[in-house]
Write a protein that binds this ligand. Structure first.
Ligand SMILES: [Zn+2]
Length: 159
């Protein structure tokens, strides 16, 4: 039986820089094995009890994947949906849809732009400092939906 786990985290890059954190906000709640958090973290927290503090290192291939060179493409500047100046490191969506992929500008060469369609954290080994806030069994609804309904099992989305 998978568990529903609520935890706080701070995510660090290999150089120690903080990439993301839940500190100061709401903790994250997920159903184990349901793909709600990255696989490598889910696997390594499988037996962690409430109250545990852990440092978990997740290799890139179990986080956001290896960096795929095939997803780096040279595109004419004029084809980009961006007005104004472009800078290296700029990120923008490739479409109007909320889930449209995000690309990163890696280089600007004349009227050509090198765009990277990899996730910004692809190829990066991640370290999570984790504190398990609570652990509970899933509700029948959560099991049938395949995701957690918030820390209390009641909140979340409309059905
Ligand atoms: Zn649901």
């Amino acid at each position: 039986m998978p568990r529903v786990v609520t935890f706080h985290y701070t995510l660090r890059a290999p150089d120690g820089a903080v990439l993301d954190t839940s500190a100061g906000g709401d903790p994250i709640t997920y159903l184990e094995g349901a793909g709600q958090i990255i696989d490598g973290l889910d696997e390594q927290l499988r037996f962690a009890p409430a109250g545990e503090k852990a440092r978990v290192t997740v290799p890139a291939r179990k986080a956001y994947g290896e960096h795929d060179p095939a997803q780096v493409q040279r595109v004419p500047r004029a084809r980009l949906p961006v007005d104004g100046e472009l800078k290296i490191g700029d990120q923008f969506k490739t479409g109007a849809d909320r889930h449209a992929p995000v690309v990163t500008v890696r280089a600007i060469e004349g009227d050509q732009v090198l765009l990277d369609g990899n996730h910004p954290l692809a190829g990066v080994d991640l370290t999570f400092e984790v504190e398990i806030v609570a652990v509970r069994p899933p509700t029948p609804d959560e099991l049938s939906h395949g995701h957690a309904h918030g820390a209390d099992g009641k909140s979340g989305h409309e059905h």
